[in-house]
Design a protein around this ligand. Structure first.
Ligand code: SF4
Length: 232
């Protein structure tokens, strides 16, 4: 599938020091050597692709933040927009549209004009990892961007973690213990400040093909989120 990748965020030296990190990583972030090498290999093989740290997408005043794992090599890493261009995005964006968190038509293209409403999508790790598996060190290194992303959403009320790594990254960024907030599909965890963390199995093709996650299971999580946000 051909599409023009999204614009690449410019390098920001403040983002490379750790302290005071920006909410979005520079596309050429140098901090994870294995992922930098993977980006370079992908850029060599597919020079028209985005091949960088993929920025979050959505409404800066969002009450809902959807947290994915990491860009897929031929999905977000290709197009430059989270969950855009692979199967997981089909289910996620259709569900966001259905529940009023997006408007427009999702065409698997960062220039499709789709807009998120009261929602933002980000990833626990901003660069595509080989086999969709970031290492613990890479997850920890990228946490400064994730933490900054959380801090930069003034109206954030509900987080939706897609999978355990997103769940754990969220807890770590908030300084919370995993033992007190066990991951489970459909779980709602009460957080300080009146916020909530919901869990869902990741909407990957693997999970849907194996029946671990059905569209109805995914929708049921959004039913609860929509209700909570509307009640707020
Ligand atoms: S995964 Fe995060 S910390 Fe690592 S190189 Fe990419 S943007 Fe930088």
């Amino acid at each position: 599938m051909k599409c023009t990748p999204a614009r690449r965020p410019a390098a920001d030296p403040a983002g490379i020091s750790g302290a005071g990190a920006p909410a979005e990583a520079p596309a050429e972030c140098p901090l994870c050597p294995r992922l930098v090498a993977y980006r370079a290999a992908n850029a060599k093989a597919e020079p028209s692709w985005f091949n960088g740290a993929v920025p979050s997408f959505g409404d800066q005043n969002a009450r809902l933040l959807v947290v994915g794992l990491a860009p897929g090599r031929s999905g977000a890493n290709r197009t430059g927009r989270p969950f855009t261009g692979d199967y997981a995005g089909e289910l996620l964006y259709q569900t966001l549209l259905e529940f009023g968190f997006a408007q427009g038509v999702y065409k698997a293209d960062p220039h499709d004009g789709l807009e998120l409403r009261d929602a933002m999508i980000t990833n626990a790790v901003r660069c595509a990892p080989p086999e969709n598996k970031p290492t613990p060190a890479e997850i920890a290194t990228c946490r400064m961007y994730f933490s900054a992303r959380l801090s930069a959403l003034p109206h954030l009320t509900v987080l939706l973690a897609l999978g355990r790594i997103a769940h754990d990254q969220t807890l770590a960024a908030l300084g919370l213990k995993k033992a007190h907030y066990p991951f489970a599909h459909g779980a709602r965890h009460h957080l300080e400040g009146g916020r909530a963390l919901y869990d869902s199995f990741h909407c990957s093709r693997y999970n849907t093909n194996t029946g671990r996650l059905t569209a109805d299971m995914f929708r049921s999580v959004f039913v609860a989120i929509r209700r909570e946000i509307d009640a707020g």
